[in-house]
Design a protein around this ligand. Structure first.
Ligand code: ADP
Ligand code: MG
Length: 577
């Protein structure tokens, strides 16, 4: 009887292995771009036809491959980038697994044409389904050109799973953008169907790269971020609260040069922006982490887009603190628009001394060495006092209309007051200065099963904010004290609202989320409503109180609290500009 267990023939095992690295045409684009970058190129061209389904061509001017090495490079686990197991932990290149070229070759028609600088001629290798068909000497420029045609021609099932040309192109573009962003000193071009789709020329001003990829609007609202805590160094950019995106595509994370996806870091970022940008929206964040190799495992995923941290909690804290620091320092859009403030000298970023067991902190956008002229750095402004806002009136008892520096500012009084109260209550909580007021007669409240469950699990949070609520029977509670900033009108209603808000929050969430949830509801409950006529002094007081809370442009629920009609727009309307 033949043995039940058999070793798979080479072509099957190769196809299985290739499937791990090459999922779609975009994976080829990524691997070839990474190889071109690793080869020290200064110019890289990507050409696609039919979103890469028909053709992917990547041309670079890097170090090339020696004629004797070309055939070797096509074998599995053939790499010039590591030699020993230890090298794996000090890796400086994007590639190291030696899998890309053989994987691509086994699922396509591939031609490599390459020349090293010291050789007068180059080499061309033609492959079909992983088999080398010919190797010849050719005349060609220094560098490497890899041409990949008819991807998955020999695996019809895979081809069937591919999406439309548009969607494949979009995937390829993601990789193109990610790698261009982290390598401003390399020129990247993308041609689709013979037309230049993207061109990022290498520049002496690295920030130009960000602007050309993300656009001026986003670029203008990014703040430089720098943070170091022992083994973790983070540098990059994070967006001011006035802009956000509907998805997380604007979050770019790089760990030791490698683009990665990491749920834990995403969470740290979205948490830092909670109550600052609208719920369901995402900030634009570009973070470059420099982490010593021993605190990291990069070899956990065939496409190398995931890494494992030795101490994830430390990374979470670092991201969270770094972003909060930026948000707390940022001028609000309100200040930015009304304050015709000049730009201040860029403070020299403190040089990171190498207590760091890594060669050099990796930052493609160092603030000082960016080569950018001071006045061209858009993100730093001086703290000069903005001119005061003049109240012009109230619209429908709901919006306050002001003028500042010639611009018109519309403020949503409820949302703005909510933000003021939220910050005030939060400060009270943080400095433990919330005072509690004892009710003369306790108020009884009967809750549903779910409400009482939430109250029991959040009990401590209620207490630190100044509530004293005691169970007195089955689902029956006595409210004995309330925070003194709350009116005594109807604590029952507030408590119900808080429990509603908390039931939305992740139960396993951190206690800070629970406290924030309570504070948000208290702020909303106590804030001036819309449709409520205010006296001029009341409006003035509200607007004055807004200024210190400049981290945010939204109420704690995430709705914007003001809208600006710039003077320039007004001029345009009257054809004065
Ligand atoms: P890896 O990048 O993990 O080493 P690859 O299969 O992608 O594995 O490439 C195999 C080897 O071929 C690389 O280690 C490198 O020496 C060489 N190589 C691939 N692409 C290029 C290129 N564009 N320029 C120079 N050398 C290259
Ligand atoms: Mg590679």
């Amino acid at each position: 009887m033949p043995s039940k267990i058999q070793i798979l023939p080479d072509h099957i095992s190769q196809t299985i292995a290739a499937g791990e690295v090459i999922e779609r045409p975009a994976s080829v684009v990524k691997e070839l771009l990474e190889n071109a970058i690793d080869a020290g190129s200064s110019e890289i061209l990507v050409e696609l036809k039919a979103g890469g389904l028909q053709l992917i061509r990547v041309v670079d001017n890097g170090e090339g491959i020696d004629s004797e090495d070309v055939a070797v490079a096509l074998q599995r686990y053939a790499t010039s980038k590591i030699k020993t197991l230890e090298d794996l932990y000090t890796i400086q290149t994007l590639g190291f697994r030696g899998e890309a070229l053989p994987s691509i070759a086994s699922v396509s028609h591939m031609t490599i044409t390459t020349r090293v600088p010291h050789s007068l001629s180059g080499t061309r290798v033609i492959c079909e389904g992983g088999e080398i068909k010919s190797i010849s000497e050719v005349g060609c420029p220094i560098g490497t050109e890899v041409e990949v045609k008819n991807i998955f021609y020999n695996i019809p099932v895979k081809r069937k799973f591919l999406k439309s040309i548009r969607s494949e192109l979009r995937h390829a573009l993601h990789h193109f953008v990610r790698l261009s962003l982290s390598h401003p000193s390399i020129s990247f071009k993308l041609i689709h169907e013979g037309r230049m789709a993207h061109e990022n020329l290498k520049t002496d001003f690295p920030l130009v790269r960000i602007e050309s990829i993300l656009g001026k609007e986003i670029y203008d609202h990014l703040k430089k971020l720098e943070f170091e805590d022992g083994e973790v160094r983070i540098s990059g950019f994070t967006s001011l609260p006035v802009i956000s995106k509907g998805n997380s595509d604007g979050i770019y994370l790089y760990v030791n040069r490698r683009f990665v996806k990491d749920r834990m870091i995403y969470k740290a970022i979205t948490e830092a922006y909670r109550h600052v940008i609208p719920a369901g929206k995402f900030p634009i964040v570009i973070l470059f982490f420099t982490i010593p190799p021993f605190a990291l495992d990069v070899n956990v995923h065939p496409t190398k887009t995931e890494v494992k941290f030795k101490d994830p909690e430390k990374i979470y804290q670092a991201v969270s603190t770094a972003i909060q620091m930026v948000l707390e320092e940022s001028p609000s859009r309100l200040e930015e628009v009304v304050g015709q403030t000049g730009k201040k000298e860029v403070p020299p970023s403190e040089k990171v001394q190498s207590s760091f067991p890594f060669r050099e902190p990796w930052d493609p956008y160092p603030l000082l060495d960016s080569g950018m002229k001071e006045e061209e750095i858009p993100m730093v402004r001086d703290g000069g006092e903005p001119p005061p806002l003049h109240i012009l009136g109230q619209i429908r008892g709901t919006y306050i209309l002001c003028e500042g520096g010639g611009n018109l500012i519309f403020i949503d009084q409820h949302a703005a007051h909510e933000r003021i109260l939220f910050e005030k209550f939060k400060k009270g909580y943080e400095t433990q200065s919330v005072t509690s007021e004892r009710l003369l007669v306790p108020i009884l409240i009967e809750l549903s099963v779910e409400e009482s469950f939430i109250l029991d699990s959040a009990g401590k949070a209620f207490q630190v904010i100044g509530f004293e609520i005691e169970p007195v029977g089955d689902k029956l509670y006595a409210i004995r004290s309330i925070p003194s900033f709350l009116s005594q009108e109807d604590p029952k209603e507030v408590i119900r609202e808080i429990l509603d808000e908390l039931s939305f929050l992740n139960r396993k969430g951190k206690s800070t989320e629970t406290i924030d949830g309570i504070l948000v509801t208290l702020a909303c409950h106590s804030a001036i409503r819309g449709n409520f006529i205010l006296r001029k002094e009341e409006m003035e007081e509200l607007v004055e109180n807004l200024t210190p809370f400049n981290t945010s442009a939204t109420c704690p629920h995430g709705r914007p609290f003001f809208f600006i009609l710039p003077l320039d727009d007004l001029k345009k309307q009257f054809k004065r500009k």
